[in-house]
Design a protein around this ligand. Structure first.
Ligand code: C2E
Ligand code: CA
Ligand code: CA
Length: 420
């Protein structure tokens, strides 16, 4: 295992400083760590599955980021595919190497994930056992993009104290992104997406703060603040659009928090909104935790909609879905964006929609950016679409104006090309 040649060329230092190795076999993991150390990587972190890796990332000091993540695919608890899916939206990881090329289709899936915003750059894949030469060859690739690596560390992560102060002064606000019917072009609902109106840095998206809040005592408070502000808008909208639904993202912390469900339902009742007007969006990773499952069952019983967000990434999805009270399947942007051109994305899209139909739940395609993807979703029988083609997230005050001004455009979209 430790028979590593001494004459290794100098490492791409500075560019790749902190590395995280995720591998369930302790022997294989140590082997990769040995190789990295022979290449003089000083800080090598380890995790034995995806969930552990997320904990490691959550525990990183503010301002620190992982420059390289080397992960196995097949691991218990949370596999490499799901880990990669989680990475892009919550953490800054610059480069990615995937080990174990067992099934080429899995690797294709990994490659297609590469397209998502903030996703780490896939340097390549390595068969196991990993060799020094193989590793060096992939590391060479990282050197060609020094600009990205410099940019990656450039935004300091907010600290919890800043976040607490921002919560106190109401700087976190929901923006709303429309979800429209693919059959009629009509507005069906909106998803609340958090933004930070930062006094110095302008409007900040969730990747600047959500990961920091998760795991902290501020989580439930943050979510409830988001729900409360969204409910105020919803009450107004329901007057002219009584069947509109509002979707809000929940986290595993929320669902594990004793008393959260009570506070949430109290808030909804206080605004006089029916549970059927609300949908809680949760991800599969969260559902895998049993505490979350209990809370979800309670929400389902109360008549709320439950949406499985980012569907298509984890392969335990089907089992989880069939056992849980979900009413909606939200197919991850990774499998929607460009699906009209890429066969592997389309395959996952088709099977996800098929699954939704079989389970009798509503389906949403997210990340619809092109007319081609819109028409494909429509052909495949998806119910609703969300994405920049329809609208970017907007302030609550803008929604009614948007509905009026985009009616004709959405009708034309439904009619399809050629229908003038
Ligand atoms: P998500 O729940 O998957 O939300 C969809 C994300 O995709 C949003 O990013 C949305 O702006 C973006 N998006 C929508 N359509 C398109 C498109 O056509 N192209 C592209 N490139 N992107 C599109 P956003 O607002 O940056 O949110 C990122 C993530 O942060 C969300 O992913 C969600 O996981 C989390 N998040 C946002 N708001 C909240 C919140 O209030 N609470 C919690 N717990 N998480 C939140
Ligand atoms: Ca969501
Ligand atoms: Ca999503």
């Amino acid at each position: 295992m430790s028979s590593v040649p001494q004459a290794a060329p100098p490492p791409p230092r500075g560019l790749l400083s902190s590395v995280l190795v995720v591998e369930d076999s302790a022997v294989q993991r140590q082997h990769v760590v040995d190789l990295l150390q022979s290449l003089q990587f000083a800080s090598v972190l380890e995790a034995s599955n995806g969930l552990e890796a997320l904990h490691v990332l959550d525990g990183l000091a503010a301002g620190l980021s992982i420059s390289l993540l080397i992960t196995d695919i097949d691991m218990p608890v949370m596999d490499g595919i799901e880990l990669i899916g989680q990475l892009g939206k919550r953490y800054r990881v610059d480069n990615l190497i995937v080990m174990s090329a067992r099934d080429p289709r899995l690797l294709e899936t990994v490659e297609s994930m590469d397209a998502a915003d903030f996703a780490p750059r896939l340097l390549g894949t390595l068969p196991k056992p990993v060799t020094l030469a193989g590793l060096q060859r992939l590391l060479e690739r990282a050197k060609f993009r020094p600009a990205d690596a410099a940019a990656a560390g450039a935004t300091p992560a907010a600290c919890l104290e800043d976040i607490r102060a921002a919560l106190d002064s109401g700087q976190f606000v929901p923006y709303f992104q429309p979800k429209v019917s693919l059959a009629t072009g009509q507005l069906k609902g909106v998803e609340a997406l958090a933004r930070w109106r930062h006094p110095d840095r302008g409007l900040l998206g969730p990747h600047h703060f959500i990961a920091r809040i998760e795991g902290s005592p501020l989580m439930a408070r943050f979510t409830l603040a988001m729900v409360e502000q969204s409910l105020k808008h919803l009450v107004q909208w329901l007057r002219s659009m009584p069947s509109l639904t509002l979707s809000v993202n929940l986290t595993a912390d929320d669902l594990a928090d004793q008393g959260f469900i009570e506070r949430l339902t109290e808030l909804v009742n206080r605004h006089g909104v029916a549970p059927s007007s609300l949908t809680w969006e949760v991800t599969e990773t969260m559902v895998l935790r049993s505490a979350a499952m209990l809370s979800l069952a309670r929400l389902g019983l109360k008549g709320y909609g439950l949406s499985m967000d980012d569907y298509g990434i984890g392969y335990s999805s089907m089992q989880t879905l069939s056992r849980s009270p979900f009413t909606e399947l939200k197919i991850d942007r990774v499998f929607v964006d460009g699906a009209s051109e890429r066969a592997n994305r389309r395959a996952i899209l088709i099977s996800s929609l098929d699954m939704g139909r079989r389970l009798g739940v509503a389906t949403v395609g997210e990340g619809v950016e092109t007319e081609a993807d819109w028409h494909l979703l429509r052909e495949l029988g998806c119910d609703t679409a969300q994405g920049y083609l329809i609208a970017k997230p907007m302030q609550g005050e803008e929604l009614l104006g948007w509905v009026r001004s985009s009616r004709a455009r959405l009708k034309a979209l439904v009619a399809g090309p050629g229908a003038a």
